[in-house]
Write a protein that binds this ligand. Structure first.
Ligand code: PLP
Length: 344
């Protein structure tokens, strides 16, 4: 590897490298020879997934600013909020989570873990992550922490923290490029779930900077491609500036599909529920209906269409999300009961 990517200061949360494993049984079941899974869900911190790697940098940034309380916001079953609460507990800090959802949401899945990690929870009526009310509520929460003598640090991904998180995700590109060097050929493609686009932004930027030829295929779980693609490019390029590297992304550098969102964000789709069953039965790993299940559904469908036939292997980046599965246990169980024969 001729080029490297400078890293930002980190606190150590995860175990590196996360495993890159062959998924022979799953590959055979879905017609993708040589399918591999990058098990970021097994990163060894909290419930794993793509968030702890980013939080290593975000928490280091907060510590440098003298923080002792993390404040952030996302949907009520957010994996990011759960990982932030765990990171705050790990540091011995406080944590305030502003969760989009109803205050009477049952304490299951990530919400249960938020309680276990000792976060203080507030609920927001809106479902829109870009609702203009959110910055005001974050500022009010920070003011309340200050009034109690604490030192709040707001993690709001549309803002500065976004560039940090995307920059932090380039670390995964470095790690994968080293793992790919052990293979006969670099994989043809890597699939991952895309929400805010920060993980994809860092990964694609990192691959481009390092000259990794593997094509990244993002599977949107919420936003339309026309909105999300330029956002990923902007986020990657903000990260590049932060890292001080000269590589810049454009929209031709990656693929992004919005065909697997289903009815909407956080709502299990038949294809994501099928993917849960297939991954469990043939891959012995667990995906969730909102993120990793939708990404895997995209990979399976593209495999069926023959998009990767005759090409080197495909990698599924398992970005975690397992805890949210348990908040949707009924939908998953019902689907399994109906489709057991089909995925056996
Ligand atoms: C399990 C899981 N996978 C993928 C993503 C998408 O990551 P990003 O928001 O960086 O696009 C998220 C984001 O919340 C997630 O929780």
């Amino acid at each position: 590897m001729s080029r490297t990517i400078p890293d930002l200061p980190r606190v150590s949360l995860i175990r590196r490298p996360t495993p890159l494993v062959e998924a022979t049984g799953l590959g055979a079941a879905v017609g993708l020879d040589g399918l591999m899974v990058k098990r970021e869900d097994l990163s060894g911190f909290a419930m794993g997934g793509n968030k702890p790697r980013q939080l290593e940098v975000i928490v280091a940034d907060a510590r440098a600013a003298g923080a002792d309380t993390l404040i952030t916001t996302a949907a009520v079953q957010s994996n990011f909020c759960q990982a932030t609460a765990a990171a705050a507990a790990h540091m011995g800090w406080g944590c305030v989570l502003l969760l989009r959802g109803r205050a009477d949401t049952p304490a299951q899945g990530n919400l249960l873990l938020d309680h276990i990690y000792g976060a203080k929870l507030e609920f927001l009526e809106t479902q829109d992550p870009y609702d203009p009310v959110i910055p005001d509520r974050l500022a009010a929460a920070a003011e309340a922490v200050r009034a109690g003598g604490g030192h709040p640090h707001i993690i709001h991904l549309p803002g500065r923290t976004g560039a940090l998180a995307a920059a932090a995700a380039t670390d995964q590109a470095t790690e994968l490029s080293l793992q790919f060097a052990d293979l006969d050929r670099p994989p043809a493609a890597l699939y991952l779930a895309v929400g805010s686009g920060l993980t994809a932004a860092g990964l694609i930027l990192g691959f481009k900077h390092l000259g990794v030829a593997t094509r990244v295929v993002g599977v949107s779980v919420q936003q339309q491609t026309s909105f999300l693609k330029p956002l990923v490019v902007d986020r990657a390029n903000a990260a590049a500036v932060l890292l001080g590297i000269d590589t810049r992304l454009n929209e031709q550098d990656f693929d992004l599909t919005d065909e697997f969102i289903g009815t909407g964000y956080g709502i299990p789709s038949p294809a994501s529920l099928d993917a849960i069953a297939v991954a469990g039965r043939h891959g012995a790993f667990v995906v969730d209906p909102s993120y990793s299940g939708k990404a895997l559904a995209g990979l399976i469908e593209h495999g069926r269409q023959g998009r990767w036939t005759g090409k080197p292997q495909v990698v599924f980046l398992h970005t975690g999300g397992t805890a949210s599965l348990f908040a949707q246990a009924d939908a998953v169980a019902q689907h399994l009961a109906v489709t057991r024969a089909r995925v056996a």
